[in-house]
Design a protein around this ligand. Structure first.
Ligand SMILES: Cc1cc2nc3c(=O)[nH]c(=O)nc-3n(C[C@H](O)[C@H](O)[C@H](O)COP(=O)(O)OP(=O)(O)OC[C@H]3O[C@@H](n4cnc5c(N)ncnc54)[C@H](O)[C@@H]3O)c2cc1C
Length: 322
């Protein structure tokens, strides 16, 4: 018996969740006392397999079919790989691609599915931890049956690292082209002049503490001085001071930058859900009881209108009028 993790890629690169799913899968395999296998479908599967060969991975199955990741190919591959009952749990990233394949995998295999896990364990069967009520509380859910499909939330597990010594082999599967109804025909870049905050290494994030739209220039100047990207909490986007694709949080984007600077952001659960996976969190907030300080690595308990200009100067930028 083994746990099977499903990797995904886009435009020639394995995506971060593919390495996080290895860590979650390893955790599950340890709890179940089994091996961790990985399947990668499409693209340069040999190069991908080399990259996925990280510590804790026992075997990698490659399916050389098509260029881009295709959820329907992944479904067929997992269905055939798992047909002999070798895999007790299938672990899939809770991403657009993963949510396109996981329910179909569960249906094909006749197994229950548990989605958006932030913790995994095994007792009689699969046990997952999940956020409930918009992240206000967590619940533990026991999944019926000995084998299940689980999707794991991006940013909750660290990426697997270290070189592994997994056996890499071309999977003995037969993809039925006629059963594939979707094809990736191209990619549309984010709007002209705009950015993808999920790719940023340093995010300078602004919240309601900024008070007025005119003051956002201050945050932009700090981002420029730090060569960083501006993101925001929801009220800033609701006020249309910044576009929706800058919003971090439960109803925005999940980000995992190296550094996240939260300026005038209280740290509501819905915001934290989108940024708690950041490597280093810096908070600037006048309120010492603001929940953002519960997760911040560094805090500056002071007025942002004093702190931000000082930081801009410190990093060699020009302080705008505000
Ligand atoms: C279903 C649902 C989904 C949601 N999704 C999201 C989401 O995706 N993202 C999100 O962000 N929110 C989301 N929210 C909203 C969330 O609950 C909070 O209301 C929001 O995150 C608060 O934003 P904020 O921290 O900017 O504002 P506030 O909570 O008002 O905090 C402002 C902070 O600024 C500080 N401050 C004020 N003046 C200064 C100053 N001069 N200097 C320094 N600090 C100062 C204050 O002490 C305060 O802590 C969602 C809510 C719901 C119900």
């Amino acid at each position: 018996m083994a746990v099977l993790a499903v990797a995904e890629h886009r435009r020639g690169d394995l995506r971060d969740p593919s390495f996080e799913v290895l860590t979650a899968g390893r955790e599950l395999a340890d709890a179940a006392g089994t091996e961790l296998h990985v399947v990668v479908t499409g693209g340069d599967v040999d190069a991908f397999a080399e990259d996925l060969n990280r510590e804790g991975v026992d075997a990698i199955h490659t399916v050389d079919y098509g260029e881009e990741f295709n959820a329907e190919v992944a479904v067929q591959a997992v269905d055939q790989l798992a047909a002999d009952g070798e895999f007790e749990h299938v672990v899939v990233p809770n991403t657009v691609n993963g949510l396109g394949s996981a329910p179909a995998i569960a249906q094909r295999l006749g197994r229950p599915i548990a989605t958006d896990a932030i913790g995994v364990d095994v007792d009689e069967g699969l046990i997952i931890t999940r956020e409930l009520y918009g992240g206000k509380t967590e619940g533990t859910i026991a999944v019926d049956g000995p084998a299940a499909v689980v999707t794991v939330r991006p940013g909750e597990w660290p990426a697997a690292e270290g070189a592994g010594d997994a056996a890499i082999e071309a999977a003995d599967v037969d993809i039925d082209e006629g059963a594939i109804g979707t094809t990736v025909t191209g990619f549309q870049e984010v709007g002209a002049g705009d950015v993808d905050i999920t790719e940023a290494e340093v995010l300078v994030s602004v919240g309601r503490g900024i008070e007025e739209e005119e003051n956002i220039v201050l945050i932009q100047a700090l981002a420029e001085a730090l060569d960083a990207t501006v993101s925001a909490s929801r009220p800033i986007v609701d006020n249309e001071w910044l576009p929706k694709d800058r919003q971090v949080g439960q109803s925005g984007k999940v980000v995992t930058p190296d550094v996240y600077i939260a300026i005038g952001i209280s740290g509501a659960v819905q915001h934290v859900a989108g940024m708690k996976g950041s490597d280093t969190i810096v908070a600037i907030n006048t309120d010492p009881s603001a929940p953002i300080y519960d997760i911040a690595d560094f805090g500056i308990e002071d007025d942002l209108f004093d702190v931000v200009p000082a930081l801009i100067e410190e990093f060699g930028g020009d302080v705008p009028d505000f």
